[in-house]
Design a binder for this molecule. Structure first.
Ligand SMILES: NC(=O)c1ccc[n+]([C@@H]2O[C@H](COP(=O)([O-])OP(=O)(O)OC[C@H]3O[C@@H](n4cnc5c(N)ncnc54)[C@H](OP(=O)(O)O)[C@@H]3O)[C@@H](O)[C@H]2O)c1
Length: 270
């Protein structure tokens, strides 16, 4: 069996790598012998993490201080990667820092959330996924949230953005699986990250009991990467994820009856 690094190396891009689940992904990926391109806004935590990974795992690291809500964020990420062979992209950043009613925040604040979760995710998957498909090897791991399942007060933009992430990942999984590019939507529930702790503190709340650890998220997420399109954290996992997989295949098949040319549709397998 090919090793993790043979499947997803020699370089990985981790978006939102400076703390929490992103840093945990970077540690696990470096431990597998894959060089890391670490992206987030704060330079110092990225530099500290890069030094740690190089010291502990003898991998190379590039740090890229980028605001993923910027209009040219994907251009900056792609420039940081340069011509390095990226076999793994983890889109981790994207939590809602507001926890507010829609009209309590500016439209610009919500648009930043869309830019991180939608525009930048789409552009990075297009660039790195295209190169992976050409090499017939690689992985796209998109971090999602249980909020993707439906709207609720104080979740208007976040749930819509995460619904995009889920549907987008499921579609890419189906489109790229024959090219040996693995795609996983990793749907998280409450997780013990600095961002979530900060939000809780701002709302006058103590840390919740039973939050998932970032290390568990990274370990399970990477282990499930080849078994997409979904991993639903904290739910009756196997059954629901496999039903969703069946749905993706079925809708692909049925929509082929009007999206594909008749000759192509006839040759489609379920
Ligand atoms: N924590 C939870 O309970 C929970 C639950 C469900 C789903 N999730 C999902 O898990 C992922 C990680 O969540 P999280 O709680 O760790 O919070 P997060 O804010 O999404 O992620 C934190 C990481 O992203 C970076 N980041 C945040 N905004 C950025 C921006 N505009 N540009 C560049 N980097 C940015 C942060 O570094 P800098 O501050 O240095 O930029 C940090 O490295 C998200 O996709 C979230 O939706 C989390």
């Amino acid at each position: 069996m090919a090793s993790f690094a043979q499947c997803y190396g020699p370089w990985a891009v981790i978006l939102g790598a400076s703390d929490g689940t992103g840093a945990a992904f970077a540690r696990a990926i470096a431990a597998a012998g894959i060089h890391c391109i670490l992206v987030a806004r704060r330079e110092q935590p990225l530099a500290d993490l890069a030094a740690e990974l190089t010291r502990e795992h003898s991998v190379e690291c590039i740090t890229a201080p980028v605001d993923l809500a910027d209009a040219d964020a994907s251009v900056q990420v792609i420039a940081a990667a340069s011509d390095r062979e990226v076999g793994l992209l983890v889109t981790n950043a994207g939590a809602d820092p507001h926890g507010a009613l829609f009209l309590e925040q500016t439209s610009a604040a919500w648009e930043s959330l869309l830019a991180i979760n939608i525009t930048n995710t789409l552009r990075c998957c297009h660039h790195f996924g295209g190169l992976m498909r050409a090499r017939r090897r690689g992985g796209l791991l998109l971090v999602g949230s249980g909020a993707c399942r439906g709207g609720a007060a104080r979740l208007a933009t976040y749930s819509g953005a995460k619904a995009f992430v889920r549907c987008f990942a499921e579609s890419l999984w189906q489109e790229m699986k024959d090219d040996n590019v693995h795609v996983l939507h990793l749907e998280l529930t409450t997780t013990d990250t600095p961002s979530f702790r900060k939000l809780l503190a701002e709302k006058g709340r103590k840390p919740l009991r039973g939050m998932t650890s970032p290390e568990d998220v990274a370990r399970v997420g990477l282990a499930r990467l080849a078994r997409g399109p979904n991993y639903f954290w904290g739910q009756k996992l196997g059954l629901r994820a496999s039903l969703r997989r069946t749905r993706v295949r079925l809708v692909t098949h049925l929509s082929g009856k009007f999206i594909l040319e008749p000759a192509q549709a006839d040759g489609q397998r379920l």
